[in-house]
Design a protein around this ligand. Sequence first.
Ligand code: GLU
Length: 299
Amino acid sequence: MATGRFAPSPSGRLHVGNLRTALLAWLFARSAGSAFLVRMEDLDAGRTREEHYRTQLDDLAALGLDWDGEVVRQSARSALYDDAIERLTAAGLTYECWCTRKEILDASTAPHGAPGAYGGRCRDLGELERAERRAGGRVPALRLRTDHQVVEVEDRQRGHYAGSVDDLVLRRNDGTAAYNLAVVVDDAEQGVEEVVRADDLLPSTPRQVLLARLLDLPVPTYAHVPLVLAPDGNRLAKRHGAVTLADRLALGEEPADVVRLLGASLGLIGSTPVELLDGFAPDRLPREAWVLGAELLQG
Ligand code: GLU
């Protein structure tokens, strides 16, 4: 038994890709007889829309997905994140960073790792330089001081994955905890033992594993599942047509039709999530992205 979860950001209606990931996370948990939690990742206040806490939960429920306990909101949990950041700071593992987005992109010297990885401009500022920047009044972000080590992950779906970890942001300069920190703190605090999510987050996983280790928190197991793509090969989005449950219902479909469609894309047969449990086996799941047919999105 390994408690699972689905952690959407309430920034819009869930689309078929999000719903399929939610269904998979539920299938992994329930097929193992485990608890399944839902957590709203709403730290980005600029993107969060109040109505979508409700639409997202309603859509999950309409498909027949159930969850255990209260749905938590990250926006109500900042004390937990502050506490974790304090522990890292006390261990000498953080530093302030005044770089703008543009400066980070312009720094062509980033020696390590992924595009967009932080080059370390503020890492070794002297006390005087720091004092100058503090006096400048701009609020700094807080970064993790890493040694760019390579962290390895054994993913249940994707196998071995390794990535070098850069000096990631822990607290953004608007004062909110960054995603990578919050997700690690929450998964541990909520007792999540198995993270099932879309595989666009696989590259973030080494960062999260390192953070969990540094914070002395249990590292969950991971299963990254393929994305759903639009007919043009891009990530699915509203502009691609009838992508949300509401859009599908407006075409005259029932929630059961959507469950059947999602199930069929996974090689499973059934009109409810419980029926899909029957043939579910993680090692038989497709490994490639599901590319939606154009006809499907026009209804
Ligand atoms: N909130 C993230 C998203 O909606 C998912 C985070 C996760 O599952 O770790 O993409």
